[in-house]
Design a protein around this ligand. Structure first.
Ligand code: ATR
Length: 274
């Protein structure tokens, strides 16, 4: 039996076991995918033990992504650029680390807004780990300008220097003047959600009517940010597909089948969140 895991600390809220379990059943594979909590102080040892363990590999989530990045034998291009590993697999007894978040983001956009790659000017709200993967994906899609807008300007500045000259850092108050030029805007923050500062929720009415709006949060599926874009009649893409698509490359590596992201899978995972 082929075995894979998702590890983090804590791990009990992860939807990945249900997602991979759906595919294992769909494709009739003799395999398992389990949540496997590892405390931070034990994570490096966990990685060292992996090549001789029963596992083919697995997913890595908070707070282990950066430690995995620093401790694998080989990185893929996305993980090198993003500075974090979310997928582990073994190749010739070497521990390999990849990052499939940017792939998941792009594949979700390709599915629901296939024209998104025609844009030139993008805005990314937020400057954390998620924003870094999204920026990598947007650069890869061929955008000419990426404006990183963050509550804490220094973090936007730090992130912009990690990528190329197409990235520009801005403080939050610059957002209104950037909106009218944007082809695409992605939110990676918790603006508008319960407990956040309501005054930071941007007025999206100056976006061009052709702009595409996306959010990487998928609970709720229609975030306050997407709701305000929908009310303006703008094209929106929710974040659930990123979760589904980012899981595809790992499943293929561990179990040997490239799984499909279908509407049945989407409905199944949505049913779990409600
Ligand atoms: P992740 O890995 O999910 O991106 P993170 O590294 O904690 O998580 O980054 C969260 C991002 O959301 C940051 O850009 C953060 O802004 P700061 O750098 O100023 O902290 C942003 N963020 C979190 N809560 C926010 C809020 N209520 N309003 C605006 N931005 C918020």
């Amino acid at each position: 039996m082929k075995k894979a895991f998702v590890t983090g600390w804590p791990i009990k809220h992860s939807k990945s076991p249900m997602l991979h379990g759906f595919w294992l059943k769909q494709y009739g594979i003799d395999g398992s995918y389990e949540a496997y909590g590892v405390e931070p102080e034990n994570f490096e040892q966990f990685l060292k033990d992996l090549p001789s363990s029963e596992f083919m590999g697995g997913n890595v989530t908070i707070p282990h992504k950066e430690v995995a990045f620093a401790n694998v034998d080989q990185l893929d291009n996305a993980a090198s650029a993003i500075g974090a590993v979310n997928t582990l697999w073994l190749e010739d007894e070497k521990l390999c680390g990849g990052n499939t978040d940017a792939y998941g983001f792009s594949a979700n956009m390709d599915q629901f807004a296939p024209d998104w790659k025609n844009g030139k000017n993008a805005i990314v709200l937020g400057a954390g780990g998620a924003a870094r993967a999204i920026i990598f994906a947007i650069l890869d899609a061929g955008y000419e300008q990426i404006h990183i807008v963050n509550r804490t300007y220094e973090r936007a500045e730090n992130l912009s220097t990690l990528f190329d000259k197409k990235c520009h850092a801005h403080s939050w108050d610059k957002l209104p003047e950037l909106l009218s030029e944007a082809d695409f805007i992605v939110n990676t923050t918790s603006i508008g959600m319960a407990g956040s500062d309501a005054s930071m929720m941007p007025d999206l009415s100056t976006l061009p009517t052709s702009a595409i709006v996306s959010d990487i949060v998928y609970i709720p599926l229609e975030t306050p940010f997407l709701k305000s874009a929908n009310e303006l009649g703008l094209q929106t893409v929710d974040g659930l597909g990123m979760l589904l698509h980012q899981a595809v490359p790992g499943f293929e590596k561990w179990f040997g089948v490239r799984p499909e992201v279908t509407s049945e899978l989407r409905d199944y995972i949505l049913g779990l969140s409600s």
